[in-house]
Design a protein around this ligand. Structure first.
Ligand SMILES: [Zn+2]
Length: 72
């Protein structure tokens, strides 16, 4: 399951420095492995579709939750 790991690490590193520059308030979320899913509304990264769904329901109840297939 090491597919794309290097790329992911590079992205993770880039994301971390980007977060650090703007205050790092979503560092906790960015620390999660395999951030493939991002909230379409606030761009908050989540590690699972399930988490995104919960996030959408909690933070953006009026926004439609994108289908899981759009993140594959
Ligand atoms: Zn959001």
């Amino acid at each position: 399951m090491a597919r794309g790991k290097q790329k992911e690490q590079a992205r993770d590193k880039a994301q971390k420095s980007a977060e650090a520059r703007k205050g790092g308030k979503s560092q906790l979320a960015a620390r999660d492995a395999g951030l493939k899913i991002m909230c379409p509304v606030c761009k908050n990264p989540t590690s699972h579709y399930k988490v995104l769904k919960e996030h959408m329901e909690a933070k953006h109840p009026k926004e439609p939750v994108p289908p899981e297939s759009s993140f594959q």
